[in-house]
Structures are given as C-alpha cells and as structure tokens.
Design a protein around this ligand. Sequence first.
Ligand SMILES: CC1(C)Nc2nc(N)[nH]c(=O)c2N=C1O
Length: 159
Amino acid sequence: MKTVYIALGSNLNTPTMQLNAAIEALSNLPDTKIEGVSSFYQSKPLGPQDQPDYVNAVTCIKTELQPLALLEQLQHIENTQGRVRLRHWGERTLDLDILLYEDLVLNSEQLTIPHYDMQNREFVIIPLYEIAPELILPNGEKLAELVKKFTSHNMIKIK
Ligand SMILES: CC1(C)Nc2nc(N)[nH]c(=O)c2N=C1O
C-alpha cells in the first residue's frame, strides 16, 4: 500500500459536512484505507476575499490506486458532492488535492505531485504537520522546517 496525503478544502454548502462526506467517500475507495485525518481549520481565502472562509483539513491514506486512478476517484467524489466552482480561485463546494504520493515527483498534463503550491499554503502545511510531523518531502525538505514559516498562522481549529 502506498502512503498518500490529500488536502481537503471547501467554502460552500456546509463545508464541514462536505469534508466529512469526502472523508467517508475516501474510506470507501477500492484498496484504500484512511490512516489519519487532521483537525478541521477555518481559514481566510487565499485569492479573492469576496468569498466565505474555507474549512481545510489533510488526510493520510494508504492505497493501491495508482496516481491517475486516484485522481479520477477524487474528481468523482468532488462531482458527486455537487462540484461547484464559480470562478478561478473562487468559492467551491469541495477540493481534493493530492499533496504527496510516497516520494513520487510527477509533472504530467493531468497531475503535478508534490502539489505545486503546498509549501506556501498554511491551510495545507499546518494540518499536514499535525498528522505527519516527521515528514520529509521528496526534495529533502523537512516539514518541521517548513512549518516554522507559519508559526503565527491565522487559522482557527474548529474540530
Ligand atoms: C481559491 C484557493 C486558492 N484559496 C483557498 N484558500 C483557503 N484558505 N483554503 C483553500 O482550500 C483554498 N483553495 C483554493 O483553491
């Protein structure tokens, strides 16, 4: 089984319900089990500010699904939960982003792993550190070093 970290985000249609439903759906994927789930955090939007705050979390799964097969399943979960994305970097019902897939580095049309901007997103790094404090990124960077950038983060732990 491969270790995969997935970021969850929502700011529409009862975000905490969206995240709980997504975690349930992830646990039901073939040859997949949930290893860990971070707390839920409320965070101000990165991007246009005329949208609701987000609820974010990170989950760790073990899976036999290959990256593109996993991506397809994540897109299916987003769609079944009524994927609404009204504008670029705008409000959305649910985002499921693959952050890390073992130590894989992949830059393909459909999928970039590690997630291209994760190092700059406190709403990813803080929940990721909560469940994987010893993590070392494929480029050798220690998550414990990265998290120091966000010590004064503005997020509120809500669950
Ligand atoms: C629009 C953009 C970049 N901003 C976000 N901002 C926050 N706080 N959380 C997100 O999950 C999130 N997702 C996005 O895709």
